[in-house]
Design a protein around this ligand. Structure first.
Ligand SMILES: C[S@@+](CC[C@H](N)C(=O)[O-])C[C@H]1O[C@@H](n2cnc3c(N)ncnc32)[C@H](O)[C@@H]1O
Length: 417
């Protein structure tokens, strides 16, 4: 009998126990009787626990692939499962069910991207087995169908160039014990129109690295402290990822997503609707169940005085706690306007904490933002949070090659800030 674990973890002697592999064994989540964990002295349970540990280790290869695939990760950077795993027929069943089956996965990547990934997988399976016929018939049939479907589309239809649903996995830390390694990860799905971003000023139709970095921090226990039970305002919210994250998974009481572009706001509202918590249907794992979304969206252009505006009116009724902004410090003209808006916000609500994160693409823009903040007398603290290397990331995948920074900005008039 084939040992899935021995194949995948060939170096690890502990994992050479042979146990049955059925599609159900490999299909996540692996659920063991609770009692097996509570009685370590029982040999049978030891074996069960060892098997579970090994399966979980194996499952991580597949879980990681699925998360990267749903985020439309460039195929060149995907962590492909090892050849020994791909030789297992049950793994192919798992791949079909969790990556390509439209019945099990209501929101799948676009056909061009599915074809790219399946092409890669098929080639890897053939290489691993040395046998073309080892590719399961439904994977082969799907591949032929996708080839046919995409034959008139340009080869370069990569995620960076198309309109697509992108699903981000949001692992809230610490992970709930029974969701570790589960295929029903907490997720946010966004419709991104990256084709509209290239060569244009419309940067709000995709989600950027600074946003991924700030989200990764906010998902940590320390990061959650800034958001749980708080009222949050986001500046330059773009696709709305951060706002949805705060409202959906981080326990914000209320979130107001703003952006200076009307079309971006329209798209953002669609994304909020797309992620509106649904009733539990057995396959949905949402931390916020049912009810109305706490997230709303409105236009807010930086650089304008807030007195007499809808925002001043809003602030007169509601005490906001946190302002977030990700990847909004890339343009020299814009950062001057942004610092002015932060000053206006802090004048209306002096206790606000403003958290600004970004990739430092242009050092001079970032430096100008800092000097504008200093000119207004803001108190700036750098948040000590380093991005993991891409190959070490488990979810929310983003390039960490360029410097990524998170700043906490406070107004000058706050006692004890
Ligand atoms: C690079 S995108 C970042 C989007 C999102 N925060 C993210 O990180 O994915 C910059 C966003 O700032 C918005 N923006 C640019 N200039 C602005 C301005 N003067 N006022 C308000 N929003 C602006 C853009 O419309 C866009 O959505």
């Amino acid at each position: 009998m084939f040992s899935l674990v021995a194949a995948s973890q060939g170096q690890d002697e502990r994992c050479h126990t042979r146990h049955p592999t059925t599609p159900h064994d490999i299909g996540l989540p692996l659920r063991l009787p609770t009692a097996a964990w509570g009685e370590p002295q029982v040999a049978a349970n030891d074996a069960l626990r060892q098997a579970a540990r090994c399966y979980n280790m194996t499952d991580q290869n597949l879980v990681l692939l699925r998360r990267q695939y749903l985020q439309l990760f460039e195929p060149d950077f995907i962590s492909w499962p090892p050849p020994a795993l791909l030789r297992n027929d049950d793994v192919q069943t798992w791949l079909f069910r969790h990556l390509f089956d439209p019945v099990r996965n209501p929101v799948l990547p676009p056909a061009q991207y599915q074809r790219l990934v399946l092409d890669n997988l098929v080639r890897r399976i053939v290489k691993a087995t040395g046998d073309r016929s080892a590719v399961q018939s439904r994977l082969a049939a799907l591949f032929a169908k996708l080839q046919d479907h995409c034959k008139d589309q340009p080869n370069q239809s990569l995620p960076s160039q198309i309109e697509a649903y992108i699903t981000f996995t949001c692992l809230v830390s610490p992970a709930a014990p029974d969701t570790e390694g589960d295929h029903d990860d907490p997720t946010i799905t966004l419709l991104e129109r990256r084709n509209r971003v290239i060569g244009s000023n419309f940067t709000g139709f995709r989600t950027w690295e600074g946003c991924m970095h700030l989200a990764t921090y906010l998902l940590t226990a320390a990061g959650q402290e800034h958001i749980r039970g708080k009222r949050v305002l986001e500046l330059g919210a773009g696709t709305g990822f951060l706002s949805i994250l705060c409202g959906q998974y981080l326990g914000a009481e209320q979130v107001l997503a703003t952006d200076g572009d009307e079309q971006v706001i329209e798209a953002l509202r669609e994304n909020v609707s797309l992620n509106r918590p649904r009733a539990q249907d057995g396959s949905e794992t949402r931390l916020v169940a049912g009810g109305e979304s706490p997230i709303s969206a409105r236009m807010l252009r930086w650089g304008e005085e807030l007195e007499g505006t809808w925002l001043q009116e809003e602030f007169s009724h509601e005490r906001y706690d946190v302002v977030l902004g990700a990847d909004i410090t890339y343009d020299k003209d814009a950062v001057v306007l942004l610092a002015f808006t932060i000053k206006e916000l802090l004048q209306l609500q002096p206790h606000l904490e403003v958290i600004i994160a970004g990739v430092v693409r242009k050092a001079d823009s970032f430096e100008l933002f800092l000097s504008e903040c200093k000119r207004y007398g803001f108190i700036i603290t750098e948040v000590d949070f380093a991005a993991k290397l891409m190959r070490e990331q488990k979810a929310l995948f983003y390039a960490a090659a360029m410097p990524l920074r998170i700043l906490s900005v406070r107004g000058p008039a706050v006692d004890g800030a």
